[in-house]
Design a protein around this ligand. Structure first.
Ligand SMILES: Nc1ncnc2c1ncn2[C@@H]1O[C@H](COP(=O)(O)OP(=O)(O)O)[C@@H](O)[C@H]1O
Ligand SMILES: [Mg+2]
Length: 278
């Protein structure tokens, strides 16, 4: 039985955490991360993690609170750059491009690798302007008609257009939580990303809004590569094709979602999915 009183004790001497079990490589990788270490000052939050994000798939990152899921996700579009004490090491690539290369502009990277956060965070602007903002600053439209087209198609792809088409000038913050989150997804889509990162995107939503978001995620993978952090194993099982199980900064096991949830190889993965901790 595992002692829940201290997270340190979860890794006893007889549990091997020295290497990831399962399949970390994808035949058709959109992003490849190798030997990633992340530190907050002296404290190591990610310990030698390597994994691929398979193109046009949803990869779920799961594991107990504090295991490093959000930290790892934020490495993928250099959001950790905004945390002064945070240091990232390793080789991280989008297609074959080193995303930590000196010449690379993180603002452009974040258009290619967009992010949706736990709490919907629309700008204090109209629905239209929330979606138009990114295309404007990145110069993606040459005139108003083109901008309108981007706004409408992004709202459509985010499954929100029909609900808001008569009030595009209304404030985005006036929408329901689930609608706000879809607005944030539309805002992310509007700059034509290749990868979408989602950090517990439905955890602040009610079950109906959650179901809508989950269905949307499944549709979005046709066009985008998606990584989603979730603390809901049911959600991971519903939306993802590949699952990565993190534990205390290490990637313990990765594989096809169905296998991870029905037939995990690592003892820690099994403990987690059977609810013994987490
Ligand atoms: N901004 C930060 N400053 C210092 N430590 C942090 C920061 N963000 C996360 N951490 C630490 O890094 C570890 C991993 O956190 P996090 O990535 O948020 O885990 P998860 O998303 O799996 O809950 C935790 O020990 C957490 O306290
Ligand atoms: Mg987190």
């Amino acid at each position: 039985m595992i002692d829940l009183s201290s997270s340190e004790s979860l890794v006893s001497d007889d549990i091997d955490l020295s290497k990831t079990v399962g399949e970390i490589y994808a035949d058709d990788a959109k992003m490849s991360m190798r030997n990633v270490n992340v530190f907050y000052d002296e404290k190591q939050a990610i310990d030698n993690v390597s994994l691929d994000l398979a193109r046009n798939q949803v990869t779920a990152l799961i594991g107990p609170s504090g295991c490093g899921k959000s930290t790892f996700l934020r490495c993928l579009n250099r959001m950790n750059d905004t945390i002064p004490i945070c240091r990232v090491e390793g080789d991280l690539r989008l297609e074959d491009e080193d995303i930590y290369a000196k010449k690379l502009d993180p603002v452009l990277l974040r258009a290619r690798v967009g992010m949706v956060f736990q709490k919907p965070n629309p700008f204090p602007k109209s629905i239209y302007d929330n979606v138009a903002y990114g295309p404007k600053i990145h110069g993606l439209a040459t005139n108003k008609a083109e901008l309108d087209e981007i706004v409408v198609s992004s709202l459509q792809r985010a499954g929100l257009f029909n609900e808001v088409k008569d009030r595009l000038d209304a404030p985005g913050t006036g929408l329901s939580g689930g609608q706000q989150q879809r607005l944030c997804i539309a805002r992310t889509i509007a700059v034509s990303p290749e990868v979408i990162l989602m950090d517990e995107p439905a955890s602040a939503l009610d079950p109906i809004a959650t179901a809508v978001i989950e269905e949307l995620i499944d549709e979005l993978r046709e066009k985008y590569t998606i990584a989603i952090v979730t603390h809901s194993m049911q959600q991971a099982a519903r939306v993802s094709q590949t699952t990565a199980y993190f534990h205390m900064g290490k990637l313990v096991e990765m594989g096809k979602t169905e296998q991870i949830f029905t037939n995990p190889v690592h003892e820690l993965t099994e403990n987690y999915i059977t609810g013994r901790f987490g």
